[in-house]
Write a protein that binds this ligand. Structure first.
Ligand code: COA
Length: 174
């Protein structure tokens, strides 16, 4: 029996949405893990409705692109509107989120359920960042940087340089 022509395999695209203001090593770990699981990972930078924004969105995208340059199937992009609508436009079927601690669970679960309700064909998966970075968040980095502390082990080098520049060139990292 001869089989008919095989359908071209569909590329599995995942979207990793977030504020990334700025990207941290914890985020980067999630990106690298997702990149091993999917054909393409789009790090989607959104403006949170209540967060003021530290770096402009375009700068956040540049920093992500530079920090992820070693991962060939990853790109960074700005998005507006609902994540699920953005996924539909891209043909992405998976939303990736990082789950750092129990405190993240409640809000992530709520967002995951809302997204599932709005778009049943899109799955949310949660990946776990390195345990030693569990407490790190972008605002924590910004606060340490603002007071001249050493944040170098929490962020990619390119982000470290951007923070030094933003804080008037004061660098007290070793
Ligand atoms: N390492 C380090 N920090 C991490 C992290 C990781 N692996 N994972 C999350 N965080 C931190 C972030 O740095 C951020 O810290 P901050 O609050 O100090 O800035 C915090 O955890 C959570 O932020 P983030 O994951 O960026 O999400 P968010 O809550 O800022 O949401 C959007 C941003 C754009 C994803 C969200 O507003 C959104 O989806 N908007 C579109 C509307 C929509 O579709 N909503 C969902 C349906 S209701």
């Amino acid at each position: 029996m001869t089989s008919g022509p095989k359908a071209a395999p569909t590329r599995k695209i995942a979207v990793y949405p977030g504020s990334f203001d700025p990207i941290t090593n914890g985020h980067l770990d999630i990106v690298e893990r997702a990149a091993r699981m999917f054909d393409e990972v789009v790090v989607a930078v959104g403006q949170h409705p209540t967060k003021p924004g530290y770096f402009p969105v375009s700068r956040r995208c540049e920093l992500i692109a530079a920090a992820c340059a070693h991962v060939t199937n990853v790109r960074a992009e700005h998005f507006e509107g609902l994540v699920v609508d953005y996924c539909a436009r891209l043909g992405a079927t998976v939303i990736v989120r990082g789950l750092r601690a129990a405190g993240d669970f409640e809000s992530e679960f709520q967002m995951g359920l809302a997204n599932r309700d709005m778009a049943p064909d899109i799955d949310t998966i949660f990946l776990i960042p390195p345990p030693e970075q569990m407490f790190v968040s972008s605002s924590l980095i910004r606060e340490i940087a603002g007071h001249g502390g050493d944040y170098s082990r929490y962020v990619p080098e390119v982000v470290g340089r951007a923070l030094v520049q933003k804080n008037g060139g004061a660098d007290r990292t070793p």
